[in-house]
Every structure is written in C-alpha cells, then in structure tokens.
Design a protein around this ligand. Structure first.
Ligand code: GLN
Length: 491
C-alpha cells in the first residue's frame, strides 16, 4: 500500500500500525540484498507504531498517523544514528531531530530506520556510500540512482509506502526516475534544511519520494513550512498540497482536467543524442498530458549545457566550506594516532572521507582560492543567475516545463565508478532547475532498455508545487505507469 491507501486502511481500522510495521520489517529483512537500509531498529519502530495506534484509538485523524516510512540518512535523528553515508560519522548520534523529521514524527509517521545514500549526498548511483551500495529492485545488477538511492530502492521494492530524500542537483528526481517512483523537490526554502547535513547549502532541498503524486502531496504537507531555525526557510503559511493537488483548474472538465495548461518543452532537453527509449517514454507521457487537455509549446533554455560546469563549481565550493566542520574535534571519527593538532585534522579527514568527497573538497577549495575565484566561482555565480533568468523567460510562454529526468535508464553497477565526469554529465537535465531553485518532479512514464523505468521531469515556477502535483495526479489518474513495480511487473 502507498501512503494514501495506508492512511485509509489505518483510519478504517482494517489494519493497525503495529501490524503494518511488522509486515514491513519482515519485508525489509527479506530484501537485505537491496542495501536500502543503513539502520533498521525493529523494536523502536514497533514502539513508535504502538504509540501511533494509541493516537488512532483516541480518535485522532491526522493524515499520516501510523504511516510507516524511513529517512534518508542525511537527516539527523536523536533516536537513531546518522552517518550521511560516510565513515566520518559512523556511530554518530545527533542530540536533536532535523525539522523535517520532527514534523513527520509529530504528524504520526512511524520511522523504521535510516536509508542508504551517497556519502554527503554526492553522487548519482548510491555507489559512493561508504557502507555498501544500494541496488535497483527492477534489476539488481543496476544502480538505483542517487544520491537518495536507498529511499528510491525501498519505495520501489514496496518496503515502505514513502520515504524522505534530498535533492541538491537531482537526487530526488533521478533515483525516482531510475526506480519508477514519484518524487518532488519543492522550491528552495519550502522545506527546512535544519538538521539536514549540509552538502551545498544554496541548493540542498528536502522532499518526499513515494509511489504517486498523491502520496507525495500528503508527505510534503507535513514536511514543509517555515522554520525559524533555517535562515533560508520561506516565510509562508503551512500549505495543504493535497488540497492544491485536487483543486480543479478553471475551465477544466472531468475528461480534460488539464485544459488550458501550457507545457513548455525546452529544445535543449531533447538533444539528438538523447537515448531513444527515454525519448519514446517521455513523449508517451507528453501525449497523455495532451489528451488530458494540456498544450505543448516549444521553448528554449539556451544555457542547459552550462548548468553542468556551473553546478560542479558551485556545489563543490559550498561543500568544501560545509565539510570543514568534520575535523575530528566535534563530530564522529578522529584518527587514533597523530603527532599534533594539524596532523590530527589531516589524518582524520584522510581516513574519514571517501574519494568523491575528497575530490569535491579539492575542486571547491581550488575554485574559491585567491587567483581562481574570479575565473571560476564568480563566473559560475553569474551564469547561475542567467540560467534562472532563462527559466523566467520560458515561464512567460508556459505554465510548466517538461522533459526527461536523465539521459538514460539506470546503468549497470560499477559503470560510473571509473569516470566521475561521465556521471556528472548525466545530471544535465536536473541541474538547471536546481540552480534556479525551482520545484521539480519525476513521474513514471513507462519503460526503456532492459525493462527499466523512465521518468518524466516536470518543472514549475517558484512555489507552484500545487500546480505540479495537480498535473502529475491528473496523469496518474489516467495512466498506470506509477502502479507498476518490480513486485508485479507489467510485462
Ligand atoms: N548527482 C549530483 C551530485 O553528485 C546531485 C546530487 C544531489 O542532488 N545530492 O552532486
């Protein structure tokens, strides 16, 4: 069951949260080969479920009371360890919960544990996890995408109704696409970053990963909202994304719920080199949106290719600064043997960080250093602004933007390992929206090479999560792609 079905079953007392949680714990135990969980605590999960059942028995009717989920291990949690997929934080216990976690706890969700991810969310395949890779439940010889790969694998394999993820340059959308689930990265500032271990602070954003737009809407309503502890949190009233999702469009009809919706297709999102299977599935999804009344318009995002160098300057620059806090003094790992303070810093960081994290710290330090700052970091910031402006020019011609999430379906495990630049290039379609701070979704639209899922990316203007969810929900009411799972393959 997804989030909405689980809620229904719990409220109508068809099942208790303890029963559900036990069933999912059993499923997780039978699917350890997927590598989805970094931490699973059956006893604690069942205690949380019992507390939720007590709330339900007392007549509480909050949408998420008793709904099991788990968190990407980049959110700090007081009652569970937090590693950010790094050896640096092995055994680390936070004294507090991330705001997103605290809000979902307050809403009554039952956390089963912490989900695998790339180290400090740096990666596209979950192979940069310092512990073990997560695998794709559709084909375990392939990657589930990253960096929220554990979240994607768990939801796709039906180990959980939903999960939290984070997206800095595509880490909710791309793994959702690779595993045939639905994910939304809201506008930068909609979910609090407090307690989300920082990778690139101007880009990091939390969001839900689940089976459908409806499930995502239910989770996002509980996760989001202003937080005085995050200086970049947007000051807006709490939102009911589920109600926004259901809000009919003016002039729309039951048969044509998207009548009047203009969907822009940036030429640059459909290059000649785009894999034919991805192109075919994306176009099938667009055809369905047209049947529902949407009109497709040709638009341009001329700086799409530049999003790659811009992101891979800005994100490492911010990471190099953020990760300076892991110095062996305050958090996690400290080298056992050292001669003096400087030697302790060096040994701790050399031992605690993996190769990709070190690469980014070096790139980031380089582009911020005296003599290179103007040539790299400053230029990247200027281009970032121009990329954001390009989107605004598009949104004068359309309401939403659509295209592929990734240039291919999930690749084979080990394929990206030897050439990090190849993995960076595959982020081309998700990075522009991240740099602009726009909300974006991945919605399943069929299957490609090897029977692997393909996602359609939908991007909206700032704070248009409701519009995105509405369009995705309309599509999912009319099609079955999101119902397919590796458990019940469509073919
Ligand atoms: N793949 C991108 C990277 O490696 C995005 C990661 C993310 O969104 N956290 O940085």
């Amino acid at each position: 069951m997804g989030v909405a079905e689980t809620r229904q079953a719990l409220q109508s007392k068809q099942v208790s949260s303890v029963e559900l949680t036990q069933a999912l714990l059993d499923r997780a135990a039978a699917h350890q080969h997927l590598g989805a969980f970094l931490h699973l605590d059956a006893e604690a999960a069942l205690a949380r479920a019992a507390a939720a059942d007590a709330r339900l028995a007392a007549g509480e009717s909050g949408a998420l009371i008793g709904v099991p989920l788990a968190h990407k291990d980049i959110f700090v949690t007081a009652d569970m360890p937090t590693t950010a997929g790094s050896k640096m934080l092995e055994g680390y216990r936070s004294p507090f919960d991330a705001t997103v976690v605290a809000r979902l706890n307050a809403a009554g969700t039952v956390s089963l544990g912490k989900l695998n991810c790339d180290e400090y969310a740096m990666g596209s395949a979950n192979e940069n996890s310092a512990y073990f890779p997560a695998t794709n439940p559709w084909d375990t010889t392939r990657v589930p995408g990253g960096s929220s790969g554990g979240s994607a694998a768990a939801v796709a394999a039906r180990l959980l109704p939903g999960a939290t993820g984070t997206d800095t340059g595509g880490s909710i959308r791309q793994p959702a696409s690779f595993t045939g689930i639905t994910g939304i990265k809201p506008t930068y500032g909609v979910c609090s970053r407090y307690g989300m271990i920082a990778f690139a602070s101007s880009l990091d954003q939390a969001g839900p990963m689940a089976r459908s737009a409806e499930d995502c809407a239910l989770l996002l309503s509980a996760m989001s909202g202003f937080d005085e502890r995050d200086a970049t949190s947007v000051q807006q009233a709490p939102q009911d994304f589920h109600a926004q999702m259901l809000q009919p469009r003016e002039g729309a009809s039951a048969a044509q719920p998207l009548k009047g919706l203009r969907i822009g297709l940036p030429r640059e999102f459909f290059p000649a080199a785009l894999a034919a299977d991805v192109d075919g599935a994306v176009r099938a999804g667009l055809k369905e949106l047209e049947k529902l009344g949407a009109t497709l318009v040709d638009v341009s995002l001329p700086r799409t290719e530049l999003a790659i160098p811009v992101y891979y300057i800005i994100a490492p620059a911010e990471a190099s600064s953020n990760l300076s806090r892991f110095d062996g003094v305050k958090f996690g790992h400290r080298a056992a043997k050292y001669t003096d303070l400087l030697d302790m810093y060096k040994k701790t960081r050399a031992e605690g960080f993996g190769a990709e994290v070190k690469r980014r710290i070096m790139i980031g330090t380089y582009v911020l250093s005296h003599g290179y700052y103007d040539a790299y970091y400053l230029q990247a910031q200027k281009l970032r602004r121009m990329i954001a402006d390009d989107f605004q020019a598009c949104f004068r011609q359309c309401d939403l933007i659509a295209g592929p999430v990734a240039p291919s379906v999930a690749w084979k495990a080990g394929e990206g390992a030897e050439d990090p630049v190849k993995a960076y290039l595959a982020d081309i379609f998700t990075l522009p929206g991240s740099l602009a701070g726009l909300p974006g979704m991945s919605v399943p639209v069929g299957f490609g090479e090897g029977g692997m899922p393909v996602g359609l990316q939908l991007l909206g203007n700032y704070f248009k999560e409701g519009q995105l969810l509405h369009a995705a929900h309309a599509l999912q009411q009319a099609t079955d792609w999101h119902r397919a799972s590796p458990v019940s393959r469509p073919f």
